[in-house]
Design a protein around this ligand. Structure first.
Ligand code: BES
Ligand code: MN
Ligand code: ZN
Length: 479
């Protein structure tokens, strides 16, 4: 998808955004008769109104104020998704967006929803040509958006598309090695450094969590270090992102029942898609921030040398863990990456992981469960970014009692808690491996859609990238 300015006088598909409370500015764009028609449709509660002029289609989009700015913004994105479907039904190739709204964000939000809804994953369709959405370009009037916003829109669209592609790619074509290769490609294009530790190096480092999970797989693990360090970086201590990179989760010997719970498990590397796409967007937008992303990657398989329930493993940090369920593998690989992060003396570490079914069970596919020890002001900033982007966060408590649930009789920790509070006991496990300000984001509920939802098609959503980018763009250094 391309995003450009246009000053042509005529466009076959023209979208005009207008405030519900003030239709007047529309007068400049449509005839008196059309205006009356729009007013009438609006009073019948229509908010997307088509005016077919035979040689062109004008689409009036009425922006209504909802109970919060966040809700209004999301409604605009969703109208963008509806208009995407409308444009597709007309086989439109280009559409022109102009805005008469008071808010200068309306065009951005609308185009964001429209473009994200236009995304497709057609790599494995033999009739891809026929299926491909016709729309390739969004055009904007000069007055409706700034050049900076246009660039941001374009970069975020690209980053999110890459993240979605990574999630949608099956294991067969996205092993741990291939995931690390994908990061290298992204790094070359956007301008960040990618270093990949191979199995020998991971073994030499004694990253026991990653190695244990990898034992049941015939393919080697990787540990990727993505670093964006611009000369003009404002922070002396980096922000470190950590993403779970389980390229497939069978559960290991604690095998997941198939099909219901295993068929989505190619998406168990969604955390890594979120953090790599964030770095990609940050680098392309040249944010003045030193940011590092770490991705421990492997499959979780029940191969003949697989780790077994009852094994006691020594983690990279030196702590011992009694593995009582090989399906609680995410925390094992993340713990090693969190321990690695200590070397940077980070200002803040944020990890993203499809970590627990419990997080999804608690809040469904509506938002992200988060928890951690970061300062209140940091938590607030993250939640604000979540609201801004409608990738909302709900914070769970990290009370001591949850920590008691992962005490082992024979090792320092065990890798599962009891039957309840599973999202939190997973977070408490990770807490043992951090010594810096940190937040954990459990994206198990939101990373993959089984059906289309607004501007998210079926498949990978890249949920979290917009929230993270919003946060980083507002991030200021705490000395
Ligand atoms: N990858 C799964 C979590 C998951 C579940 C992600 C559903 C997306 C959708 C994770 O590795 C896992 O298996 N977690 C277990 C932990 C349990 C064994 C303590 C779970 O949630 O059941
Ligand atoms: Mn698992
Ligand atoms: Zn998993």
């Amino acid at each position: 998808m391309q995003f450009k300015f246009s000053n042509a006088s005529r466009h076959p598909y023209e979208i005009i955004l207008v405030d519900d409370k003030n239709l007047k500015p529309l007068n400049k764009h449509i005839s008196k008769k059309e205006f009356d028609y729009v007013s009438k449709s609006k009073s019948n509660d229509h908010s997307i109104i088509s005016l077919n002029r035979l040689d062109s289609l004008k689409i009036v989009v009425v922006v209504k104020q909802k109970k919060s700015v966040s809700a209004t913004d999301e409604a605009i994105r969703k109208m963008g998704a509806s208009v995407q479907a409308l444009l597709q039904s007309h086989k439109a190739k280009q559409a022109f967006i102009t805005s008469t709204c008071q808010s200068d964000k309306a065009s951005y939000l609308f185009a964001e929803g429209l473009s994200l809804a236009n995304y497709q994953f057609l790599k494995y369709k033999s009739d891809a040509k026929k299926l491909r959405h016709t729309l390739t370009t969004l055009l904007f009037s000069k007055a409706s958006i700034t050049a900076n916003a246009l660039q941001q829109l374009s970069v975020l669209y690209k980053a999110i598309s890459i993240a979605r592609d990574l999630v949608n790619e099956p294991l067969q074509t996205l092993t741990a090695t291939e995931l690390s290769e994908a990061f290298k490609t992204m790094g070359k294009e956007a301008g960040f450094k990618v270093t990949v530790l191979d199995k020998a190096q991971i073994t030499q480092e004694k990253m026991g969590g990653i190695l244990a999970v990898n034992r049941g797989s015939i393919l080697p693990p990787t540990f990727s270090i993505l670093e964006y360090k611009p000369k003009q970086a404002q922070n002396t201590k980096p922000v470190v992102l950590v993403g779970k990179g389980i390229v497939y989760d069978t559960g290991g010997l604690s095998l997941k029942p198939t099909p219901a719970s295993m068929d989505r498990m190619k998406s168990d590397m969604s955390g890594s898609a979120v953090v790599s796409a964030t770095l990609y967007a940050a680098a392309l937008l040249q944010l003045p921030l030193h940011i590092i992303a770490l991705v421990p990657a492997t499959e979780n398989r029940p191969g003949e040398n697989a780790y077994v329930p009852g094994d006691v493993i020594t983690m990279y940090s030196g702590k011992t863990v009694e593995v009582l369920n090989t399906d609680a593998e995410g925390r094992l690989v993340l713990a090693d990456a969190l321990h690695w992060a200590k070397r940077y003396e980070p200002a803040l570490v944020l990890d993203f992981a499809t970590l627990t079914g419990a997080a999804a069970a608690a809040i469904g596919d509506v938002g992200i469960v988060c928890m951690g020890n970061a300062e209140e002001s940091t938590k607030q900033a993250l939640k604000t970014s979540g609201d801004n982007q409608y990738e909302r966060l709900v914070e769970f408590p990290m009370w001591d009692e949850y920590g008691d649930m992962i005490k082992s009789d024979i090792a320092d920790l065990k890798n599962i808690g009891g039957p309840y509070g599973g999202a939190i006991t997973a977070g408490k496990f990770l807490e043992h491996f951090v010594d810096y300000p940190w937040m954990h984001f459990d994206i198990a509920g939101v990373s993959l859609n089984m059906s289309k939802k607004g501007y998210h098609p079926i498949g990978g959503t890249a949920f979290g990238v917009r929230m993270m980018m919003d946060f980083l763009m507002h991030y200021t250094i705490q000395k």
